[in-house]
Design a binder for this molecule. Structure first.
Ligand SMILES: [Zn+2]
Ligand SMILES: [Zn+2]
Length: 172
């Protein structure tokens, strides 16, 4: 969905929409529900909105896919890309908070995509208590202990144990 900024009335625009967004080329699109308030100040466009969605992430500990709810509020300022250089001079460091639009158009799908991606944690976890996978045998420990653990000893130390055995053999 694209918005021509010339279509924004003096007193702003209110939009409520469901957008299908592709977050990752390999995944199926997700539906993002959003409520947007769009205001125009000269050539600057202010978008104040919410984004709600359910996205799929891969747990960084157990590598299983899980559903991650997104519910975020944002305020973004857009300026035309043609003014990029002068805006930069005028606003100094403020350009960190600026986004750009070109050809008098703002693509809502792109706006929402950025906002949703901003909420994705660096190391996603399916649950705070996720036990992860055993580094020695690769078993998902959320489904129960693996054999290395039953034998006793810390599976994280298994590679070290093997190394120690090899070194002892060398000494003999
Ligand atoms: Zn997990
Ligand atoms: Zn194991």
């Amino acid at each position: 969905m694209r918005l021509n900024i010339e279509d924004i009335p003096e007193d702003g625009l209110q939009e409520e929409c469901d957008l299908r967004i592709i977050l990752d080329e390999k995944e199926k699109p997700v539906v993002v529900h959003s409520i947007l308030k769009i205001d125009k100040v000269g050539s600057r466009i202010l978008i104040h909105g919410t984004a709600g969605a359910e996205i799929y992430l891969k747990c960084s500990r157990c590598l299983n896919e899980f559903t991650y709810p997104v519910d975020t509020t944002f305020l973004e300022e857009y300026v035309p890309v043609e003014n990029n250089e002068t805006e930069r001079l005028e606003t100094g460091h403020r350009d960190l908070d600026l986004s750009f639009y070109r050809n008098n158009e703002i693509d809502f799908a792109e706006v929402m995509r950025e906002q949703v991606l901003l909420t994705v944690p660096l190391k996603p976890l399916c649950s705070l208590s996720c036990k992860g996978i055993c580094p020695a045998c690769g078993k998902d420990l959320n489904q129960g202990p693996c054999n290395c653990r039953r034998k006793g000893g810390d599976p994280r130390l298994a590679p070290l144990q093997k190394l120690r055995e090899r070194m002892n053999k060398g000494k003999e």
